[in-house]
Design a protein around this ligand. Sequence first.
Ligand code: CA
Length: 230
Amino acid sequence: MAEILIVEDEISIGEIVEINIKMANHNVTRVTSAEDAITLINGGVHFDLAILDIMLPGMNGIYLCEYIRKHSEATGIIMLSAKSQEYDKVTCLSVGADDYMTKPFGMQELLARVESLLRRLHRTEGSVNSDEILQSGPFTLDLRSRVLYKNKQMIDLTSVEFSIMELFFRNKDTALVREKILEGVWGENYYGDVKIVDVNIRRLRIKIEEDPSNPQHIVTIWGYGYRWTV
Ligand code: CA
């Protein structure tokens, strides 16, 4: 598990990146300005990898990249740039970035670049174990075998159901809007109907709730989405 910093002022992009990186078993800290990132770094917070948008309110991502690089050689840096920007790949790499992506980008590509950079930084070895098992109340999620247990009783899940549970486990007591679940589980390029989320939640409730018609764990938030609670 790596510590990853996201600096992105566009909330919707920041959120999707955050969800996807969490799903890839990393810790995420997300801020919306370079100044906030610098406050964290000056406070002694270490990040294995930083994903920096270039166009930010106040200090831009290029200066932030230089700042981070001055403070730590070990932090991997991926820059995000809009197509129309004056800063190109050469500029980014010259201020110490390790990689560069142009918006819009696919989430799978970003994840692939994150993992490849982490491998290059030799920071992923031996760090998976601590995160192979997620615990939430009477539920245990084994990420390696992709199996859910309730009070040590194994519950058979489809791959999609498992991914929803993982999203819930990583966002305990958090109201998740249905679109966010859709994007987090099916990916940002999936333009399906949010009803597919409801269908899977219904199936999950039958499998994990004592009384599926009166759910205690997957709680409906009317007109919004769902919340995992134990
Ligand atoms: Ca921006």
